[in-house]
Design a protein around this ligand. Structure first.
Ligand SMILES: [Zn+2]
Length: 476
């Protein structure tokens, strides 16, 4: 989603253009405004047409409520809706201008665009009748689910720990707009906020809060949860890594028990299908902090020195701190081309972190996802962004829908339903406790294991029936 402030002559209006098709009516509306063209006759007819389209769509929405793809449709629809609303708003704006005059031909033009718009809306594959999800998921591959030409919506739930922050909804919206803009440019994927949940969670582990939230929303899950809490996020880069929801046995069982199990819009080929990604972030992270100490008071940075110390200011101790943006800043970072703007508007930094943490789910090298390996071609390398290698960004770009009910390939979590020839095994730790379930099959050596693109295979001991005899294929 590209969002741009456009001066319409009357107001600074925000135009969110979703897909190239939407540009035409939007630009026409702006053109009309710019030319101060208006007409009485078209107004009510136009309004009637738009209302009927909206009513029809609104009526259709609740019936899709129980469709596993419903939320996808709803959000897709909502973005179209935003455009119609905008066009009407712009049009009405013109009508209220007494001096404006609009030739008849412009009315016709407007109707044609609206009809085109409606046709696009109805024929959009993610709106009308949904194709049945594929019963068996192909072997993991980066390329099997390519949806290059279509924009993808990431449904996000945001959780705010009010014991740590007061975050206005408008700041959350703006942050996700920043994140969407940059992510869309790279991946044709953007965020739609589905829910913002404010609550008091004290110093609870973020994962427990997220898990409780998702258990309460099993019938209508987001693709991605971002929780803002200070628990474990104030140090380092303002984040804490959290595994996706649905990877643990009890979570997976809960997901499978749903009448219509969850489908993710952006299934990672490196994870079990139908998991919810999670990021734990610090809000307004002290990015260029100078002279602050964390250990004085829990949950607070206390300013204890006029000069930087420890690893502060990119490992430059002894620099005189500068007071800016109500905080003590590292003098060497304020004008840094990358960090400077993010220090000035911390929402930009948070937006970058939102994308960064999401993208880790589309790599399999953890910290290694940051920098491209030598084997990555230059064209892919140049796609790098958000401090993540271009190959990982490509993987998100090529991702598609993945449902929790799909049969699972080797190496994936399971509680049933592994693909033919593989079994759902129980894996135990050294104390004999079950740690995870995984689809796998026995092997003697790596050569017995089917290769999975982008993954390294290991044939090693498993811990089910006889952990000392049977080996199984593991993928990392
Ligand atoms: Zn990272």
């Amino acid at each position: 989603m590209k969002c741009k402030g456009i001066s319409a002559g009357y107001h600074e209006l925000e135009v969110c253009i979703v897909g190239g098709w939407a540009m035409l009516p939007s630009l026409t509306a702006i053109f009309l405004i710019r030319r101060k063209i208006a007409c009485d006759c078209g107004r009510w007819a136009l309004y009637g047409l738009v209302s009927s389209v909206l009513d029809a769509a609104r009526e259709a929405l609740p019936s899709r409520h129980h469709n596993p793809h419903a939320t996808n449709s709803s959000y897709h629809f909502l973005n179209h809706f935003k455009n119609i609303e905008l066009i009407v708003e712009l049009f009405m704006e013109v009508q209220t201008n007494e001096d404006s005059k609009m030739p008849r031909s412009y009315n016709y033009l407007f109707f044609i665009f609206l009809l085109l718009f409606s046709a696009n809306f109805i024929s959009s594959p993610s709106i009308g009748i949904q194709k049945k999800p594929v019963a068996s998921r192909p072997q993991i591959s980066v390329n099997t689910r390519t949806t290059l030409s279509k924009s993808k919506v990431i449904r996000v739930s945001v959780i705010v720990n009010e014991d740590h922050y007061t975050i206005p909804r408008s700041d959350i919206d703006q942050t996700f707009r920043f994140a969407s803009d940059s992510l869309y440019e790279k991946t044709r994927t953007f965020y739609v906020i589905k829910d913002v949940y404010y609550g008091h969670f004290g110093w609870s582990q973020a994962y427990d809060v997220v898990q409780n939230y998702l258990y309460d929303h099993l019938s209508d899950l987001p693709d991605y949860v971002v929780i803002f809490t200070k628990a474990d996020t104030m140090l380092y880069g303002g984040y804490n890594i959290i595994p996706p929801f649905g990877g643990r046995t009890e979570e997976l069982n809960a997901l499978l028990e749903e009448e219509r199990p969850f489908c993710s819009n952006i299934a990672s080929p490196y994870l079990t299908p139908g998991v919810v990604y999670v990021a734990e972030l610090d809000w307004h992270h002290l990015l260029g902090r100078c002279g602050y100490d964390y250990s004085v008071k829990r949950g607070e940075w206390v300013h204890v020195s006029n000069v930087s110390f420890g690893g502060q200011c990119q490992n430059q101790p002894g620099l005189r701190c500068v007071f800016m943006y109500d905080e003590w800043q590292c003098p060497n970072l304020i004008d840094d081309p990358e960090m400077g703007p993010q220090i000035a508007d911390r929402r930009l930094f948070t937006a970058e972190s939102i994308n960064h943490e999401l993208l880790h789910n589309f790599g399999y090298k953890n910290v290694g996802d940051h920098v491209c390996g030598d084997d990555v071609p230059e064209a892919v390398r140049s796609e790098s962004a958000f401090d993540i290698c271009g190959s990982t960004i490509e993987t998100l770009k090529n991702s598609g829908v993945g449902c929790v009910s799909e049969r699972r390939s080797i190496g994936e979590y399971c509680s049933r339903n592994c693909t033919t020839g593989t079994y759902c095994y129980e894996f135990r730790d050294e104390h004999g406790s079950v740690t995870t379930f995984q689809c796998t099959h026995p092997c003697e050596s790596e050569s017995d294991c089917s290769p999975l693109l982008g993954k390294t295979v290991q044939c090693r001991l498993r811990a089910l029936d006889d952990p000392f005899i049977n080996k199984a294929c593991f993928y990392h």
